[in-house]
Design a protein around this ligand. Structure first.
Ligand SMILES: Nc1nc2c(ncn2[C@@H]2O[C@H](COP(=O)(O)OP(=O)(O)O)[C@@H](O)[C@H]2O)c(=O)[nH]1
Ligand SMILES: [Mg+2]
Length: 177
């Protein structure tokens, strides 16, 4: 069994925990704690360490999914995770344009540290006033359509959507056997 380590990252509320819970074959190890600070305005609990889940694809590959914490003060966790990763997904909430600047910083941070396959998964695109993909690409500083990374819609609450997104990612760098 080949193990592929995939990092699921993105801002608070982007859908990291949901994605891993939706698809994992094992009970998800999560470390959500009641939020006591500024995060409490956004949601009542948040991930302080990491989420972990697992998914088998094909006969031979086991995806190990690691959800990162969304807060800058846990940056040291990212380094540990990302150095061991085969690929990553940056989830971007299409319904919270005010978080785009932070998403852009995350993208920059990651690409400074590693050169591994990745894609951008737009979440919350089911909201009628969600931003269009072109506007999000611009907000992330990706102004060249030809060179920018793959951007796809992912609904973290829907297993089929999550599976499709993960397969699209894995197909970028290894055949699914
Ligand atoms: N409508 C909708 N809700 C979503 C989507 N993605 C995530 N959510 C919801 O957004 C909330 C925050 O998601 P969560 O996975 O906790 O975000 P995290 O902070 O990145 O771990 C949860 O209530 C999810 O059910 C989406 O694409 N559409
Ligand atoms: Mg979370």
């Amino acid at each position: 069994m080949e193990i592929l380590r995939i990092i699921i990252t993105g801002t608070i509320g982007a859908g990291k925990t949901s994605l891993i819970r939706t698809i994992s074959e094992i009970e998800v190890v999560d470390t959500d704690k009641r939020a006591t600070d500024e995060v409490a305005d956004i949601k009542s609990s948040t991930t302080v360490a990491l989420d972990f889940g697992r998914l088998t694809i094909g006969k031979n590959q086991s995806l190990h999914l690691y959800g990162t914490p969304g807060q800058p003060r846990f940056d040291f966790m990212w380094d540990i995770l990302i150095q061991k990763a085969n690929a990553y997904i940056l989830l971007v909430n299409a319904h919270r344009p005010e978080q785009l600047r932070q998403s852009r910083k995350m993208l920059y941070f990651l690409n400074q540290r590693v050169t591994i396959p990745y894609l951008i998964g737009l979440t919350h695109t089911d909201y009628p006033d969600a931003w269009e993909v072109e506007d999000i690409a611009l907000g992330l500083g990706l102004d060249n359509q030809e060179t920018h990374p793959l951007i796809i819609n992912i609904n973290p609450t829907q297993p089929e959507s999550v599976r499709e997104g993960l397969i699209t990612l894995v197909e970028q760098f290894t055949p699914i056997t």
